[in-house]
Write a protein that binds this ligand. Sequence first.
Ligand SMILES: Nc1ncnc2c1ncn2[C@@H]1O[C@H](COP(=O)(O)OP(=O)(O)OP(=O)(O)O)[C@@H](O)[C@H]1O
Length: 621
Amino acid sequence: MAQRVALSEAAAGSKRTSRVRVAVRLRPYMDKQDEKGEGPCVRGLGPQNLEIINWRNATETLHYQFDAFHGEQTSQQEVFVSSVKPILPHILNGQNASVFAYGPTGAGKTHTMLGSQEQPGIIPRAVKEVFNLVAAQEEEQDSWQYSVGMSYLEIYNEKVLDLLSSGSQDLPIREDKDRNILIPGLTDTPLSSFSDFDRHFIPASLKRTTASTKLNQRSSRSHAVLLVKVLKSQRRPPHRQQTGKLYLVDLAGSEDNRRTGNQGIRLKESGAINLSLFTLSKVVDALNAGAGGRVPYRDSKLTRLLQDSLGGSAHSVMITNIAPEYSYYFDTFTALNFAAKSKQIVNRPFVRETVLAPAIVPGKRGRDEQEAGGSGEPQTKRCKEKKKAGQPASPSIQPHSSPDSSVLERLLALEKMMMGSPEKERLNLLKTVAQSRKEIQMLKEKQKELENNASMFKKTEVSEKGLFKTDLPPLHRKQSTAKPRRQQAVVTPLQVSQVQPLPCAVLCKSSQPLEKKKRPPAEICEGKENGGQDDVNWEMRLDSELLERSRKKILQTLNSGSLKELKSLQLIGDKKAKLIMGWREINGVFTQMDDLRKIEGITAKRFSSFIKANILSSLGK
Ligand SMILES: Nc1ncnc2c1ncn2[C@@H]1O[C@H](COP(=O)(O)OP(=O)(O)OP(=O)(O)O)[C@@H](O)[C@H]1O
């Protein structure tokens, strides 16, 4: 009589190496995913290493090491041969193996697992290889016979659905006494050859739930799990049997719904996807912590199903798919950290270090160091480390402007908290991080605009040096000439943005010293462009009280004026008036006149002209 050998026993027979191998695959850069033309934020450094820009300090990169790194040029065959093929022989020895693709939506998981007719992915290649191995075994010895079967299911909205049967209901997941995971009622189709597999698999894959999201036209809305079982039976007594299982899992992508624009049913799907992936990360955490603590496999169908593939007797490979575009930055960063955690399951921590990115925009360094507070290390130390690491230049990575220090501080604090927070809190924190990302994006846009202003100011200031020398008293001159020497740091845009509207203009009492009339550099610059020296000084000739009153009045109109009233403002036409009303609807009130610059089309120059025209007009000048 056939005797079933428990997996654990089978595994015990061999020296178990059950660590999860982690490979990272970077999909090719896609223009359409990078509307802002920001370039890539991640790149490979070698067959196991990659680097990504450090959000805490845009002049640094974070360096990761994995079992394998597959760059943009890596073919499907190469990924298969290096990361998957080596584990397949185990399933002919009654052991389990699993391959799962993890990563943000649109990063290439389905391409990696399924591929296309022209570029078949891991699934067809692995199944073909299983048949090759079986054929080779049968040729080599005839004491065992093999039979291959398949099951195919998806986990959609926390329901287990059989893709090989039509009208499938949610199926239960059970565990037998040997801790094998079973799904009663799941179709188990015997396969005689690879073409037999294709015949069943292709129509079943079409049943998988996909939908178009903003980030991926054909986004997988479920986790798809293909199970290939190899039953090995002894031809002669005692007719022992061994079953090896190969799980090939195409996980649904982790999703940031601010970017996917998901609503309604898509949002619900996305919630289920994110929750199960979150549970997956908790399982990884628990395995990582070791010491026999509770591993929350049962908290989601996905982890329950993968129970005998992760941290158990299985030989597992996780392929983390990432995308190079800057718009994917935080998804990529999170995915890499998740993948890195998985590596720690076997107590082999990933190597993570900071290195200097060589392509540094002149002037960024100074501010980054002041504001980012990132690693908090002095520059000299970082330079030494860089030399030691011997990192090559990375011209293809664009350093990006650092966000405002307050946002960075929040992100740093959040990151710290997330490391040790319970699940619910972490979810909330993740939401807050997403909000901070939005703020960073806005700040980056503002910074870009302000950087332009700053460089314009520099030019103007040089040409106006004569004016400062002759017209202004020493203090003012000193302030004005000191800045350009900090040219490397330019006039730091965020400082410019923080400059408040001018506090006082004067209907010039001749006795009042000029140095009291501090003016932000951007306005000097704009003033000049708006019509020469007279324009530069127009505010100084006005009484400060009148000026203030007139500013308040304009602000009031901006905040509560009707369309008609807005149009009555100087330089505000129908389109701008509507934009102002739209802005108010979304953001509430303008707290200061400078807020007007957040409106599309209101450049620094236009803003300056707007202020002048309206103040002068309200004063009847
Ligand atoms: N290595 C690659 N080479 C060429 N094209 C790729 C590669 N990886 C991904 N792509 C393309 O990128 C797009 C998105 O990939 P894919 O659908 O595989 O992403 P996904 O991670 O499975 O997304 P989702 O989770 O939303 O299903 C597809 O058009 C795919 O063909």
